[in-house]
Design a protein around this ligand. Structure first.
Ligand code: PMT
Length: 403
């Protein structure tokens, strides 16, 4: 039985024949304990009367950003909601959302919403299959929004195929599962390494890399939202986690990251190593700025500690160790070899060959490899959505008792 007690939901209804299902959806959401604020485009209002939806939701329906009497504060609505659900979502409204066009109350509120957004497309099968629509769906997903998959069946045109809006029961069940997941890591301790390391050459220079920390921070926030106590060992980054339950431990060098990681590792249940750690550091750090003298400058580098390998050796039964592999060639073979050598339970491969993946992007494209030769490939998504996929895999493995 779906439970949405106390959840505040913005329901956007756009102009599709499937808008009639919005009445059932509002009723089921309210029955599950949610508060519902309905927003409609003008086209949506041609398919189902705002009066029907305001009666069912017990709130006035907003059909425009402003009326003659008042202005509907879309920013406030975006902040009020725990989730925004757009069902049905037409091809046209989908395209607007993907491109950031805010010429109606739903699109404007969507752009302001900080809550998770779910979208349930509804259209004819050829519109659904069109590359432009599929690209727009991918774009919305890459921003971290959740697709409520379309159904297969008879469409308004009489054609049979994919494009039907999901049934209201499926939408409510999906929302309920989303929040159930929220506490799925309650009582667990999660340790994450993230960002680059800086290995000082002298007081002004260092050896570093292009990691921004985005991937690891997204993982830390996602684990905290699922109820975990999170230690984030973060190399130099301009970013910081948003969730209060994340304890950030700032470090600069690979040595500092190693010390902090060994400490937090002691009582961690799940360890995820997403940091891009320098493999070598200068043997000596000059105390004063090195002056430009000859045409060449020689510097001796020594190995830094391999944090992953050390933790892999110390891993206890019940601890789960997840590594990353950033590759530029022979990706699968290299990731497989790191999985084995470092005693990881899972390894997350990302390749610089994939557009939008790796350092500093807001998106990533990953493949997860397990010890059982299981390989799961994922689409390009926002780093937030990628973090959720990684945690889902981790939880599935814990559930399976393989660690
Ligand atoms: O921070 P972003 O800009 O969001 O970028 C994210 C990312 C590209 C840095 C991230 O997705 C990623 O791929 N991190 C791992 C980068 C890397 O250094 O991979 P590697 O193949 O060299 O290392 C393999 C594993 O060993 C990694 O889990 C790494 O954290 C770990 N390692 C490596 C060296 C070392 N001395 N200690 C380690 O723990």
């Amino acid at each position: 039985m779906a439970n949405l007690t106390g959840k505040k939901i913005l329901l956007g209804v756009t102009g599709s024949i499937a808008a009639y299902k919005a009445a059932f959806l509002v009723r089921l959401l309210i029955k599950a304990g949610a508060e519902v604020q309905v927003l409609m485009t003008k086209a949506g209002g041609s398919f189902i009367s705002p009066l029907t939806l305001s009666t069912l939701s017990k709130r006035p329906v907003h059909t425009d950003i402003s009326s003659e009497e008042s202005w509907n504060n879309h920013v406030e609505m975006g902040l009020w909601a725990d989730a925004m659900v757009i069902a049905p979502l037409t091809a046209s409204s989908l395209a607007k959302m993907a491109c950031g066009i805010s010429d109606n109350v739903i699109a404007a509120t969507y752009l302001s919403a900080r809550c998770p957004v779910f979208f349930a497309p509804a259209m004819d099968l050829d519109m659904w299959q069109h590359p432009a629509t599929q690209e727009n769906v991918r774009r919305l997903q890459s921003y971290g929004n959740h697709l409520i998959p379309v159904g297969h069946g008879e469409l308004a045109s009489g054609l049979v195929g994919e494009g039907r809006m999901a049934e209201p029961e499926e939408i409510v069940a999906m929302l309920s599962r989303f929040w159930e997941k929220e506490q799925s890591l309650a009582g667990k301790k999660v340790m994450i390494t993230a960002g680059p390391t800086y290995e000082p050459i002298d007081p002004v220079r260092f050896i570093g890399n292009r990691s921004s920390g985005k991937m690891g921070i997204a993982l830390a926030d996602a684990a905290a939202r699922r109820g975990a106590e999170v230690s984030l060992i973060l190399g130099p980054s301009r970013l910081s986690p948003q969730e209060k339950r994340v304890q950030s431990i700032p470090v600069q060098t690979a040595d500092e990251m190693y010390q902090a990681a060994r400490k937090a590792f002691q009582d961690a249940d799940i360890v995820i190593l997403s940091a891009a750690v320098a493999d070598y550091r200068p043997r000596e750090t000059a105390t004063q700025k090195i002056k430009k003298t000859g045409d060449t400058l020689q510097m001796e580098l020594v190995k830094t500690p391999d944090i992953a390998a050390a933790l892999g050796r110390e891993k206890r039964t019940g601890q789960l160790l997840v590594g990353f592999a950033l590759e530029t060639e022979n990706e699968l073979a290299n990731a497989q070899s790191k999985l084995e050598k470092k005693n990881f339970d899972l390894i997350v491969l990302n390749s610089l060959q994939d557009a939008g993946a790796g350092f500093n992007y807001d998106t990533n494209k990953i493949t997860i490899l397990g010890k059982d030769n299981k390989i799961r490939k994922f689409e390009l998504k926002s780093k937030q959505a990628v973090a959720e996929d990684i945690l889902d895999e981790v939880e599935a493995l814990r559930g399976g008792g393989d660690s």
